[in-house]
Design a protein around this ligand. Structure first.
Ligand code: GDP
Length: 522
């Protein structure tokens, strides 16, 4: 095996890093991707990159060496989260864009959390330095608090001041990406085998059928190869690059658009080339069946407000994660605040709002709910149709409310239900037996008078004679006032009490009753 591993090692060749651009909205992610795309076009492409296929490759010179970089062309961490939710690791390096005139914002933090959680090294692009009021130093200070310490402060994160609008320092940024990749990662792949990789985006084209952009991660994909991507399969009919040019083969870290698949794969689906088309089809069919089973299994594993207490009782869960979306920020805040006041039981069980926001429920919300096993609470908002489909597929529960207290009530019930309730004995009252009647249907009936409290049908009972308990674990099986059935009879009233098959009742006996009640929570 060792010899094999060594042999395998020999075949590994360097591959270029795959980069995702993340950051807060409006901080310039799209603009930066444009600037990178336009300044460093692959040789011979005078017209620049013209097609959006979901990823593109550029080249840059670092230390006199020609280096390639692959960019995922969907800005933001939505795509990143979507892929990760599907178990695909596509990104090697993340560029975190922070506008120098704005600073670290919620989505900046979210993005860096995602990258750090996935062990993806970060390069910081401090953007918009052309703007008045831009303060790159402030950004460096702020990010230090999140563990991104600039190299110039003695840390190991590279910060580059850029202007996406003026295409300023783009080459420096690319160099920082290459240096970070070289320093932190060993990016190698064997190009001489059947291709494997990940579908990045896909759509159905009226004329061309299923069109999928795939990122080759190892091996080399060629026109004519049989492939399977997710549950889609087929033979590669044609391949195109980001310039709309025909491509005959694509090696590691190369994104290409592929025609010839039977259906549209999903972003994050893995693909592989097989020797025979039949094999590809069989794998696709197996995956489809496995998908169905996995979906059922997932459903069972996913938390819902209703199943939460069960999961807690089984020791599988102790925190109810929630994502709150609402139509206005006031409602979202009010809801979160009230939820935080729910006493879920302290250490035993917790309620946690992992994400909140204003606006419709998005695909990203569902993906987050998938990763962190959360229930989505929609207050006066609804999901788009494909978002609802995704939630359904992933078994993510979405609950919709238009009245805040209804939401609070249901969530409170969910978290409290999971605490095993404690019961205690509560004395109800007692009755003195005045006369014993014989009933063919009920056995002996104790004609009694309620001395204190009340007598309740179905309550527990014990029989006291001459001051000592003569029978325990009895039950008030029947209770009557005159000829009518009664559910309870109060102090001072006469009634007929039947104790089921227990017939040893005498005049002067005392029947005491009690019931088990859930202990009130403090
Ligand atoms: P995204 O939401 O992060 O993708 O942000 P965009 O790329 O759409 O940029 C948001 C706005 O900031 C747009 O109006 C851009 O023109 C502007 N912008 C982006 N980069 C720069 C920059 O370097 N300097 C200036 N002055 N404006 C920029």
């Amino acid at each position: 095996a060792e010899a094999n591993a060594e042999e395998e090692n020999d075949k590994l060749k360097f591959r270029s890093p795959v980069v995702t651009v993340m950051g807060h909205v409006d901080h310039g992610k799209t603009r930066l991707l444009d600037a990178i795309r336009n300044t460093n076009v692959i040789e011979g492409e005078a017209g620049g990159i013209t097609q959006h296929i979901g990823a593109y490759q550029i080249h840059t010179e670092v230390g006199g060496e020609e280096r390639y970089l692959t960019f995922i062309d969907t800005p933001g961490h939505e795509a990143f989260t979507a892929m990760r939710a599907r178990g695909a690791k596509v990104t090697d390096i993340a560029i975190l864009v922070v506008a120098a005139d704005d600073g670290v914002m919620p989505q900046t933090v979210e993005a860096l959390n995602h990258a750090q959680a996935a062990d993806v090294p970060i390069v910081v692009a401090v953007n918009k330095i052309d703007k008045e009021g831009a303060s790159p130093d402030k950004i460096r200070g702020q990010l230090t608090e999140y563990g991104l310490v600039p190299e110039e402060y003695g840390g190991d994160t590279l910060f580059v001041d850029v202007s996406a609008r003026q295409s300023l320092n783009i080459d420096e940024l690319l160099e920082a990406v290459v240096l970070t990749a070289d320093g932190a990662l060993e990016l190698k792949a064997n190009p001489n085998k059947e291709a494997r990789g990940v579908a990045i985006e896909a759509n159905l084209d009226k004329g061309r059928g299923a069109v999928a952009t795939v990122l080759v991660q190892s091996g080399t994909l060629r026109v004519g190869d049989a492939i399977v991507a997710g549950v889609a399969h087929g033979r590669v009919r044609a391949m195109f690059d980001e310039n709309g040019n025909n491509v005959e083969e694509a090696g590691p870290s190369r994104p290409v658009q592929v025609l010839g698949l039977s259906t549209v794969p999903r972003a994050g689906d893995t693909f592989l080339a097989t020797e025979e088309e039949r094999t590809a089809r069989q794998i696709a069919e197996k995956r489809e069946a496995a998908d169905r089973n996995a979906q059922l299994a997932k459903r069972r594993k996913r938390v819902t407000l209703e199943s939460f207490d069960e999961a807690v009782a089984e020791g599988k869960m102790d925190t109810l994660n929630l994502i709150i979306k609402g139509d206005v920020s006031g409602a979202v805040e009010a809801l979160e605040e009230s939820l935080m006041k729910i006493d879920a039981g302290g250490d035993e069980v917790q309620l946690r709002v992992i994400h909140r926001g204003v606006g419709a429920i998005t695909q990203n919300d569902v993906n987050l709910a998938t990763v962190d096993n959360a229930v989505i609470i929609g207050f006066n908002v609804r999901p788009a149709e494909r978002v609802a489909e995704l939630a359904d597929r992933e078994g993510v529960e979405m609950k919709f409310y238009s009245v805040i207290y209804r939401a609070i009530e249901e969530i409170e019930q969910a978290v409290k239900g999971m605490l095993k309730p404690e019961y205690e004995e509560v004395e109800l009252g007692s009755a003195e037996v005045r006369e014993v009647f014989r009933s063919s249907k009920w056995g002996n009936i104790a004609g009694s008078i309620v001395r204190d409290g009340l007598i309740k049908r179905n309550a527990n009972a014990r029989l006291v004679r001459d001051g000592s308990v003569v029978a325990e674990k009895l039950k008030i099986e029947s209770l009557r006032r005159f000829k009518d059935d009664a559910t309870e009879v109060r102090e001072g009233y006469e009634c007929g009490i039947g104790l089921g098959s227990f017939n040893d009742i005498k005049e002067g006996d005392i029947i005491e009753t009690w019931e088990m009640r859930e202990k009130p929570r403090v």
